[in-house]
Write a protein that binds this ligand. Structure first.
Ligand SMILES: [Mg+2]
Length: 218
């Protein structure tokens, strides 16, 4: 089941098929459950562009082969939106992610919270289903703290949140301080570039991450 929510409101857990009595684990998709840069890089290569891993930013890393200046940001955004409209169901799952979530499933309610264009909803839901990932999906936008806080307020259980981006992790820590936060960066090339923070354990191995989540919600 998939559902939209404005950033500042949240659907009920019931409407997502989730219970209120067990721990709640909220997980991002791009660069957490799915290898976004790999899939997006393949997509833009078909359009004659290349991704370079020079900084932890998306649109400044899109180039025409041989160019020294990155692609115009508006052009990059068009490619990004087209990827989500037509190709985001082609991502490879991050290594170990599916198995780790399957191990968490008996112990927690699992919710996918993805900042992605609205057009992505059908393909993103299909991707989750194809890989046996949880089907409770919210597509959102903006910092994830407010919506996470509204979701967390509905459960009596302990809560955990996983994302690759420090601004989202900081936002959750601010709005939902009791929620355990974890950073995971799936792409090997992004790992050395991704900012980290002492406030959020950085665990790039999904097996270890699953175990840390399990301890946090116990
Ligand atoms: Mg992400």
């Amino acid at each position: 089941m998939a559902q939209f929510a404005a950033p500042l409101s949240a659907p009920t857990l019931e409407s997502l098929g989730l219970g209120r009595d067990r721990p709640l684990v909220i997980v991002d998709v791009d660069e957490v459950l799915g290898l976004f840069m790999l899939g997006f890089g393949a997509f833009i290569a078909e359009h004659g562009y290349e991704l370079r891993f020079e900084r932890f930013a998306l649109f400044q890393n899109i180039y025409r082969p041989g160019a020294t200046e990155h692609l115009d940001l508006a052009e990059g955004r068009k490619l990004f939106e087209e990827f989500f409209r037509s190709r985001c169901d082609q991502l490879e799952p991050a290594p170990g992610a599916v198995a780790a979530l399957n191990r968490l499933r008996p112990k927690a309610e699992l919710l996918i919270l993805s900042n992605a264009p609205a057009d992505a909803e059908r393909l993103r839901a299909a991707w989750l289903k194809r890989h046996g990932l949880p089907n409770a999906l919210i597509l959102s936008s903006g910092p994830k703290g407010p919506i996470t806080s509204a979701l967390v307020a509905q459960t009596a259980g302990k809560t955990a949140f996983v994302d690759d981006l420090i601004p989202n992790l900081d936002s959750v820590a601010e709005h939902s301080p009791a929620t355990a936060t974890f950073q995971h960066v799936a792409d090997l090339r992004l790992r050395p570039l991704a900012p980290r923070s002492d406030a959020h354990p950085r665990i790039d191995d999904w097996t270890e991450l699953g175990e840390a989540i399990e301890r946090a919600i116990r």
